[in-house]
Design a protein around this ligand. Structure first.
Ligand SMILES: *[C@@H]1O[C@H](CO)[C@@H](O)[C@H](O)[C@H]1NC(C)=O
Ligand SMILES: *[C@@H]1O[C@H](CO)[C@@H](O)[C@H](O)[C@H]1NC(C)=O
Ligand SMILES: *[C@@H]1O[C@H](CO)[C@@H](O)[C@H](O)[C@H]1NC(C)=O
Ligand SMILES: *[C@@H]1O[C@H](CO)[C@@H](O)[C@H](O)[C@H]1NC(C)=O
Ligand SMILES: *[C@@H]1O[C@H](CO)[C@@H](O)[C@H](O)[C@H]1NC(C)=O
Ligand SMILES: *[C@@H]1O[C@H](CO)[C@@H](O)[C@H](O)[C@H]1NC(C)=O
Ligand SMILES: *[C@@H]1O[C@H](CO)[C@@H](O)[C@H](O)[C@H]1NC(C)=O
Ligand SMILES: *[C@@H]1O[C@H](CO)[C@@H](O)[C@H](O)[C@H]1NC(C)=O
Ligand SMILES: *[C@@H]1O[C@H](CO)[C@@H](O)[C@H](O)[C@H]1NC(C)=O
Ligand SMILES: *[C@@H]1O[C@H](CO)[C@@H](O)[C@H](O)[C@H]1NC(C)=O
Ligand SMILES: *[C@@H]1O[C@H](CO)[C@@H](O)[C@H](O)[C@H]1NC(C)=O
Length: 793
């Protein structure tokens, strides 16, 4: 699909450069020309559409006014758009002015001017119109230069799209307050339509509560048409459509206005407004249970639906922060953090069970196969534990406070254990208190002892505690020794690091080397006897929880790979939700940096060697190492160069090991799209040919020393590298690709270009296996003339 995608981008460029001209076709009587004004407190306060169904102007918000568009109804008006929705409302003295300079602005009582429509300086608007579709448009010489449809708030109307730069809806605070509320619906570039709890800081996958699962439909559009069909359309090349709702068969179509709104409760609903009979009703929605929208209830509380309403409840031992505003969440009377409490403080807990509970977020620890009692006990004894989700498959997942997005419903099969603080006692003598750095059990025993008030038993307990502590320390010390020795002796096996070790090695994860699709990489130094070693530590993000064993197994397989053109994995750390990989550090950065960011073009010979290195690394992964690894995510950014410019592939093995019918579930982010094969993007099915495709793209980039898509080029034909290379190849003008370079072996360039074109064939069966790729690059195998890589080119 990379090709198809690229041609879409091409289309985009064309569209941008052409200027789409839309001639105003509105009834002239409805055209608004400057100077013209609206008044919040007096007539005229709005401009109607020619049908009169929609109006643009001032509408009441509380005792004041906001500027927007609404659908006029007999009993109530429905606001479909609000200008500057997060600004405070204005008083009845405010005016809206459409000036002869072609500016539409709001003048508040104190003389402040606020722009309603942001336009480029060169644009001068000469008229405006409220259209019957509910779109308010501004014209320059009968060409639309601004439209409210391009700035949706919480609603789309018939004929309106969500895509590109206007790809999201944010719910309103309430039906009467149209400021930005708690929910977000986004038509993502990756093709997935996703609803999130609106986290102003950043959109976080863990805040998502609904999606269409259509990722891979890059640059899709969500469209509501005038006949009530709400559907997603993939980019034109694919002709994929996903009809979410189709109301077109109902009622008298010409008299109905359709509207899809992300409502204040986080539900995305499709409404129809029967204008003649003046009724409106919702016909379709994404959630059946109001509690499915994350964030109905605040932290440390859970949501349980009662019919159409969501009710918030505190977990046992917690109370509402504000009784009158239960959605703010709950807190504990005791705010002692068991882990940092004063040493002489003994905290008493009890554990309450709640059936049919679930909450979101990542546990800090997940243990499989634990009996219920042991799971409860594990939490009780761990000062970090605030609550546990226990599944009927005996997995015990422990969470820190605060607990987020809790939900209780008869359908949920997990059970929650909530640890609540009952109180605390101060333990007396200072000498003993040191021993009481309470590790659950021990402190409990101690409190019991105190309760008995028996000095002898106290001494006994102290003795036991001291012994336990001593043994614990001894064990730690031994472990430390073992670890040290393993560095010395087992240089070629994978080492298991503790988190603290890596924390220290990286100075608290300070020195960031880069961000990859699997996590952030930090530079660190590992102390050794005499000689310290520089390492790169990758903190994995978004790794499935509770599969620690599986992750260890995979790490071990990766650890067994050993090839000159692969980055060496030195070790790993798996502690609860923390998963880190330790790699050798390579001084010369990534191939992307080498090819695209260097001021000077590197020498052809060097590049040719790098290309061969990369090919050999891939061949090893595909055929020579234990249990065939498909990389799935090859790109110049994860190919690294060492001090002598030897290319080494990193990030391999992370996208699961090869299994029958394997689907590579790597994060499909925009940045990687250019390197991934069409069949993977459309069907998700994966073979080694996916890597061959990525290699082909990278090979062409290495030859030409430029990125696959480049905007700053002399002609449009050059934007897409594959198109350009193919046309140069067909036209016998390969010298254009390496223009200005000295010492270029043109025979070799031709060979490399032919291999590259074979590798990026749309049809995976036409792509050669890596073994042949290497033979062809080296010139020991003849290369037939490649066909056009894509039928569309
Ligand atoms: C414009 O609309 C008005 C009212 O809807 C109608 O009376 C008039 O004939 C229309 N004019 C044109 C040119 O279509
Ligand atoms: C709806 O809008 C119309 C036109 O602006 C206005 O006259 C009417 O009072 C509004 N109705 C309600 C219920 O606010
Ligand atoms: C609007 O302006 C008038 C005259 O300046 C003033 O008397 C009145 O208090 C103002 N109204 C509001 C709501 O501020
Ligand atoms: C407006 O557009 C017409 C045709 O599109 C053109 O002939 C005319 O010169 C334009 N007027 C201005 C002021 O740009
Ligand atoms: C909306 O999207 C549809 C489907 O891709 C497209 O046909 C239509 O032209 C778009 N409309 C606008 C106004 O962009
Ligand atoms: C609307 O909600 C916002 C955000 O909660 C709040 O700041 C604002 O005061 C509210 N406006 C009205 C008129 O209630
Ligand atoms: C919507 O439903 C109507 C009537 O059932 C049907 O004719 C039409 O093709 C449907 N539209 C889409 C996009 O599925
Ligand atoms: C649709 O509305 C028109 C005009 O009001 C009317 O003549 C026609 O019978 C209606 N059709 C249906 C199916 O209701
Ligand atoms: C928390 O403290 C308040 C007042 O300080 C008290 O009324 C309430 O009962 C306490 N709640 C618990 C669970 O102890
Ligand atoms: C634990 O504490 C809660 C809240 O104080 C109480 O409701 C519950 O009965 C206690 N459970 C046990 C087993 O003591
Ligand atoms: C709960 O389960 C029943 C049947 O098992 C199903 O009909 C219902 O839709 C489910 N409710 C929710 C909110 O998932």
């Amino acid at each position: 699909m990379a090709h198809l995608l690229q041609s879409d981008i091409l289309l985009l460029f064309l569209l941008l450069s052409l200027h789409v001209i839309i001639i105003a076709q509105e009834n002239e009587s409805n055209i608004i020309r400057p100077p013209s004004s609206l008044y919040a407190g007096k007539h005229p306060s709005s401009w109607p559409s020619s049908s009169g169904y929609f109006r643009f102007g001032f509408y009441p918000q509380g005792n004041e006014y906001a500027v927007g568009i609404w659908l006029v109804g007999r009993s109530e008006n429905t606001t479909v758009w609000t200008a500057n929705r997060d600004d405070p409302p204005v008083s009845s003295n405010a005016t809206l002015e459409f000036t002869t300079q072609g500016i539409l602005h709001l003048r508040t009582e104190d003389g402040m001017e606020k722009i309603i429509a942001n336009l480029a300086r060169s644009v001068s608007v000469d008229s405006a119109s409220m259209l019957d579709t509910g779109n308010f448009v501004l014209y320059q010489n009968r060409t639309v230069v601004w439209e409210s449809f391009n700035f949706p708030t919480d609603t789309i109307l018939g004929g309106q799209n969500l895509s590109g730069s206007h790809n999201q809806l944010i719910s309103s605070v309430s039906r009467s307050n149209h400021s930005s509320g708690s929910y977000l619906l986004r038509m993502q570039d990756d093709g997935n339509l996703v609803a999130y709890a609106n986290n102003p800081a950043e959109v976080d996958p863990s805040d998502a509560y609904w999606d269409t699962g259509t990722d891979g439909w890059y640059f899709s559009v969500l469209n509501l048409n005038e006949r009530g069909v709400l559907a997603m359309y993939s980019s034109p090349k694919f002709h994929q459509e996903n009809v979410l709702a189709n109301l077109s068969a109902t009622g008298n179509e010409t008299m109905i206005i359709y509207r899809a709104t992300l409502d204040p409760d986080g539900n995305f609903r499709l409404y129809s407004h029967q204008l003649e009979s003046n009724t409106n009703s919702h016909k379709w929605q994404i959630l059946n249970d109001v509690c499915d929208a994350k964030g109905q209830c605040g932290l440390n509380s859970y949501c349980s639906s009662r019919g159409k309403d969501a009710e918030c409840y505190c977990y046992p031992g917690f109370t509402f922060i504000d009784e009158n505003s239960k959605s703010l969440g709950c807190s504990q009377n005791f705010t002692i953090d068991g882990c940092v409490a004063r040493k002489d403080l003994v905290i008493h807990y009890n554990i309450t069970t709640l059936d049919n509970m679930y909450w979101a977020g990542d546990p800090y620890s997940a243990k499989p196969n634990l009996e219920k009692e042991d799971c409860m006990k594990a939490c009780q004894e761990d000062c970090s534990c605030g609550g546990v989700l226990y599944s009927d498959r005996k997995s015990c997942r422990m969470y820190r406070l605060p607990l987020k997005y809790g939900k209780r419903h008869g359908n949920i099969t997990t059970t929650a254990f909530i640890k609540c603080i009952l109180g605390s006692t101060i333990s007396p003598p200072p000498e003993t208190s040191q021993i009481l750095i309470s590790e659950g059990n021990q402190s409990l025993i101690l409190t019991m002892g105190l309760g008995l008030g028996s000095v002898t038993s106290l001494c006994f307990v102290i003795a036991i505690c001291s012994f336990l502590l001593y043994r614990h320390r001894l064990q730690n010390y031994k472990k430390l020794l073992e670890n040290k020795s393993s560095v010395l002796t087992e240089q070629f096996t994978l080492r298991s690091f503790t988190f603290d070790e890596l924390d220290e090695a990286t100075h608290g994860f300070q020195d960031e080397l880069g961000k990859g699709s699997f996590g952030t990489v930090y530079k660190g130094i590992l102390p050794g006897d005499g000689k310290s070693k520089t390492i790169a530590v990758k903190r994995l993000e978004k790794v499935n929880e509770g599969e620690t064993d599986q992750i260890r197994t995979e790490m071990t397989v990766i650890g067994r790979t050993n090839h000159r053109n692969l980055v060496r994995l030195l070790g790993f750390c798996v502690e609860g939700s923390r998963k880190l990989l330790v790699y050798e550090y390579l001084g010369n950065g990534s191939l992307a940096n080498f090819l695209f960011n260097m001021n000077k073009r590197s020498v052809w010979k060097e590049r040719a060697r790098i290309a061969l290195d990369v090919a050999k690394g891939i061949l090893y992964l595909h055929e020579e190492c234990e249990g065939c690894i498909i990389h799935c995510n090859l790109k110049p950014h994860n190919i690294l160069l060492d001090d002598s410019l030897t290319a080494k592939i990193s990030d391999f093995g992370l996208a699961k090991l090869l299994r029958p019918n394997q689907t590579c579930s790597t994060p499909r982010t925009k940045g990687t799209a250019w390197y991934s094969a069409p069949e993977w993007q459309s069907s998700g099915l994966v073979s080694v040919k996916v890597d061959v495709y990525s290699f082909g793209v990278i090979l062409l980039e290495i030859i030409c020393c430029r990125s696959n898509i480049e905007v700053q080029v002399s002609s449009a034909d050059e934007i897409l590298l594959s198109t350009w290379v193919y046309s140069c190849f067909i036209g016998g003008e390969l010298n254009k690709l390496v223009v200005g370079e000295e010492e270029v072996d043109m025979k070799m360039v031709e060979r490399f270009v032919k291999v590259g074109l074979w590798c990026i064939q749309d049809d995976p069966n036409l792509r050669p296996p890596m073994k042949n790729v290497i033979l062809m690059l080296e010139g020991t195998m003849t290369i037939p003339v490649p066909p056009s890589p894509s039928l569309l080119l």
